[in-house]
Design a protein around this ligand. Structure first.
Ligand SMILES: [Zn+2]
Ligand SMILES: [Zn+2]
Length: 97
């Protein structure tokens, strides 16, 4: 069984149904190309924004949390399981200010 290629930005598997593009020779999600810039804003209070389909966006990586994806709750927010440590770090940093 072939493994899915990984996105060069978010490191998550690139599914055949995902919109993809190339960045510096790496295969990346189209959504990830624009996902890097708002990083300063992510330091603020975390919110679950929603994408055009009403799916929640992970506040850590700014990728949508699909219904089939493993998610965890950190405080009031849903994040990917893999994003939990970073979400906790950000929450703790925000609450210590
Ligand atoms: Zn990606
Ligand atoms: Zn995430």
């Amino acid at each position: 069984m072939a493994e899915s290629p990984r996105c060069g930005v978010c490191g998550r598997p690139v599914l055949p149904t995902d919109a993809t593009t190339h960045r510096q020779g790496l295969l990346v999600h189209v959504a990830c190309v624009g996902a890097r810039k708002p990083e300063a804003k992510i330091d603020g209070p975390m919110k679950n924004r929603r994408d055009a389909h009403g799916l929640p966006l992970c506040p850590v990586c700014d990728q949508r949390i699909g219904v089939t994806e493993a998610a965890a709750r950190v405080g009031e927010y849903m994040v990917h399981i893999g994003c939990t440590p970073e979400a906790r770090r950000r929450r703790d940093r925000a609450s210590s200010q």
